[in-house]
Design a protein around this ligand. Sequence first.
Ligand code: C5P
Length: 221
Amino acid sequence: MATELIVALDVPTLDDASRLLDRLGGSVRWFKVGMQLFTATGPAVVREIRSRGAKVFLDLKFHDIPNTVAGAAQSAAALGVEMFNVHASGGEEMMRAAVTGGGREGGARPLVIAVTILTSQAASEADVLKLARAAKASGLDGVVCSAREAVTLKRELGADFKLVCPGIRPSWSETGDQKRIVTPRDAVKAGADYIVVGRPILAAPNPAEAAKRVLDEMQAA
Ligand code: C5P
């Protein structure tokens, strides 16, 4: 599968999100909805994205008792998102509940992706790998990781285990607060299945042009 671009809709309101969708909807096929936007708009933003034919990564990082996570997964699947995530540190029973709860009758279930250890916390590669293995053993489809870890994770967990990689910065953009950054080209070459890009596109003077540059760079990799 060719690497897909997911644009992080890190904006505060439905109006802001709709404006971006107007500009990017023609070229970008995946959008990430995180806590800020979902808390403000609820499911309306998911419907807005889906009505334009694009796919949704619901980035709410579920982490609770298995029964509660199963319910959240069921709600996410009912909304029609194509991907959502949970914290691997919630344990294998919780992760299995997310996969089971996300099942849809007669339809493909959303991809269930694990967050291993937040990049804001100190972690060794061994810790990340241990949680990623637990996620795979629990039936999850992949993990969020730095593209710098992609080669190792693909080797250890197999080509089919999806890698969703934020911390992407094209050479022409500002670094911001991301420290361990990788260019779109290098992320594709390292084996990322999805790259998540926010500010380099959102904060660009012309977001559509910036998205096109990222997509061109990915295609040329
Ligand atoms: O603006 P930027 O490209 O840094 O946005 C990256 C997106 O990916 C943000 O929505 C951020 O919350 C998310 N993310 C991240 N690092 C992680 C996990 C998620 O930057 N480890």
